[in-house]
Design a binder for this molecule. Sequence first.
Ligand code: ATP
Length: 200
Amino acid sequence: MFRVGLTGGIGSGKTTVANFLADLGASVIDTDLIAHSLTMAGGAAIPAIRKEFGEEFITVDNAMDRQKMRACVFNDPEAKRRLENILHPTIRLACENAAEAAEGKYLVFVVPLLIESGSWLQRVNRVLVVDCDEETQIARVMQRNQFSRDQVCSIMRTQVTREIRLEHADDVINSQQELVQVQRHVELLHQKYLQMCVQG
Ligand code: ATP
């Protein structure tokens, strides 16, 4: 099935655009939601995390202890790598299962770190970047998450720059426009994607 990879920096408007596409009938697969579900109570990644990191990283209700894991991987690249070695293949498999079950005309994978991860670029037919300037991102996330400016900027530093992201884009949606204009732009893109599906 035709696959679109939707990406953008933190607070750029990915979810907003993905919701518009879902309303139009695309099958949206949100990799963040999938990743989260894998480490929740009884999630598919729990047995491997228990084996690799020990019981102390598992809560009483059989979920990953997020706080403890965050603290563990924060200053330990080796631990981060071990966690990623568990999560990445599990996320990949869960995404493929979700793709198999999808009933829309085409698939939209929402992948915040699509450019950063490399392998995702080979798994999609088209890269859609949701773009806005950095000040807009900062203002949105400060307001939405009650984060300080420094907190938002430190997250942004772990992501590729706006320029690099745009270099990989096949399509760009400017999320600085009014929502109604964003929606109109999404509708046009949806028509384009439907045509691309037919053309194979
Ligand atoms: P994250 O990376 O943090 O998951 P995201 O890229 O999915 O964020 P959204 O959650 O869609 O971004 O948008 C971030 C915030 O900006 C939300 O509060 C959303 O309502 C708002 N927003 C998105 N697009 C617009 C727009 N065009 N005009 C005004 N507000 C917007």
